[in-house]
Design a protein around this ligand. Structure first.
Ligand code: SAH
Length: 364
């Protein structure tokens, strides 16, 4: 397969400047303003590259909507406030959340909806479902948070942090060396960089890593958690981050790419496949704690949704469905909750002010 314009440009850059950190390659592959993955296509949903929880069942977004209303009331029902979603995809989660939130109409009235979205086609999808709520769009999480100014923020991000770039380091027996993206035989390939780790990299079992062990580090994910935490502390509010990943930092290569629903090589055809990796929730929690906020969890998605009443909500929906519809609801809920499906790989973390009582779904 011949190279597209983005691959050609990246190869020319590597030829000129040498191998590049993975996060630089990743950022270009996903958000290059012309050829990045998120600039085209409809990657989410039944016909897309992958399906996400809000696309599986309306219950997911509804329960999150109720969680946000609960946190907002607990904070004294501030008016106005910023309702922020990072990476809203097709807008389904927020549409379901705002419909459920109508049980307290003052929530919707007080909300200033801010959506952080890099992709124009995604924005168009979001506009279809969220236009009545008059959203403001920003390109990235930094400008979405800035837009909230000093309003309290109530923020949700589902499968957003896994899309923010990481760097990788490999243990060669003597030292950690960055896995840089280079070019061999005109194909992108990992090459070993100079020894050394960045200051925010903390190998979990540094004492004796096996040769070839891989350490993943994401400055951007930690920066985003830090910024959210600072804003929650300074202006009030709460954040809910849901993603696939692990609760304790550990070694291992979790880099993956998906193209047309199939696993793909992350270094083949930049811009054509969705690149993600496991979220290290422990590192996000440390970042939020350092910023003065209180991190909660992570808890398994299954346990979280159960605690919020997923089963009762499913029963209520089934009463209004025919037999086929009821079976479909059961299937969807099992997929969200079951440990062998999304229930334990996916996790939820909350970030609140330091004195907040436990948010629903997060045991003290
Ligand atoms: N939350 C949605 C979509 C998850 S996919 C759902 O659960 O269905 C990731 C989303 O984040 C997409 O909307 C993608 O376009 C957006 N995105 C990914 N990286 C981004 C970045 N760096 N800045 C802004 N948006 C980004």
């Amino acid at each position: 397969m011949s190279d597209g314009p983005l691959a050609r440009r990246l190869k020319a850059q590597i030829a000129a400047d040498g191998p590049t950190p993975l996060d630089v390659y990743w950022r270009a592959a996903m958000t290059d303003p012309e050829h990045g993955y998120y600039m085209g296509g409809h990657p989410i949903g039944a016909e897309g590259d992958f399906t996400t929880a809000p696309e599986i069942s309306q219950i997911f977004g509804e329960l999150i909507g109720l969680w946000l209303v609960d946190r907002w009331r607990q904070a004294g029902a501030p008016n106005p406030f910023a309702l922020i979603e990072l990476g809203p995809g097709r807008g389904q989660l927020m549409a379901d959340a705002l419909r459920a939130a109508r049980l307290d109409p003052t929530f919707g009235d007080a909300a200033n909806l801010i959506l952080a979205e890099a992709g124009p086609e995604m924005r168009a999808e979001q506009a279809k479902r969220l236009a009545p709520h008059d959203p403001d769009w920003r390109d990235d999480w930094q400008s979405a948070l800035a837009m909230a100014d000093d309003m309290p923020i109530f923020l949700v991000a589902n499968e957003f942090f896994d899309a923010l770039p990481i760097r990788q380091f490999a243990w060669d027996g003597d030292a950690w060396r960055e896995r840089l993206v280079g070019c061999e035989d005109d194909a992108f390939a990992f090459v070993a960089g100079p020894p050394g780790l960045p200051p925010n990299a903390t190998p979990p079992d540094a004492a004796d890593p096996p040769e070839g062990a891989i350490l993943e580090v994401s400055t951007e994910r930690e920066d985003a958690a830090t910024a959210i935490a600072r804003q929650v502390v300074a202006s009030g509010g709460a954040a809910l981050l849901i993603d696939y990943g692990h609760g304790t930092s550990k070694l291992g290569d979790s880099l993956q790419a998906i193209r047309d629903g199939q696993p793909a090589d992350p270094l083949a055809m930049p811009g054509a496949a969705d690149i993600t990796s496991h979220v290290d929730f422990a590192s996000l929690g440390r970042a939020a704690g350092k910023a003065g906020a209180r991190p909660w969890g992570p808890v398994d998605q299954g346990a979280f949704l159960l605690a919020l009443g997923a089963e009762a909500r499913a029963e209520a929906l089934k009463r209004r469905a025919d037999a086929a519809g009821a079976a479909e609801i059961d299937r969807a809920v099992r997929r969200l909750l079951h440990p062998l499906a999304m229930g334990s790989l996916f996790k939820a973390m909350a970030i609140t002010p330091p004195t907040s009582p436990p948010p629903p779904g997060f045991p003290p």
